[in-house]
Design a protein around this ligand. Sequence first.
Ligand SMILES: [Zn+2]
Length: 210
Amino acid sequence: MKLILMGAPGAGKGTHGAAIRERYHLPVISTGDLIRKAMQAETKAGEQAKAFVSAGKLVPDEMVIAMLEERLQAPDCQKGYILDGFPRTIAQAQALEEMGIVIDRVIDLEVEDEVIVQRLAGRLVCRECGATYHIQYSPPTGANTCDHCNHLLSRREDDEPATILERLRIYHEQTEPLRDYYASRGKLYPVKGQDTVEATSKLVLAAVGS
Ligand SMILES: [Zn+2]
């Protein structure tokens, strides 16, 4: 089963992707993670990607597609996968088709912009050990230090409020047309974000398995 998990940055794709992974034993392929790993490893592609991400812009298609195509050839992807954060544009959706990939369902998480800004701007990450926190939902015990390794916590560059607003603007402009694209193919399964993660997850799993 090949799924696409669609939704604005901060709509909960990571959380709900994990719920689908556990139920169906499929790997979650996040192009965001592929890009971040390349940036951390300071590969040539990673350095190029960094310039775009820091400016709140999307990494160009051909770079993302090359990283993705390599990843999808891994043995753990043979029975299917969940794509998280890709495709983001009609052109990318067409690139998937050109790779010969037939998507079964597109799960579209719908969350209000204000809710997303509140969620993302509160995220803190430890750059030492990778632990993540949220000012409201899962605060660290100390004032601004990691519970595990005591290092100072900080926001990811793309979680700065101005960057979030720019990412949402780009999302609405470029990614929302994908809804029509997949709806016209009978593959769109919209899920409205609920007040609790559990309630939303239930709807997501129902959309995958119905
Ligand atoms: Zn830490």
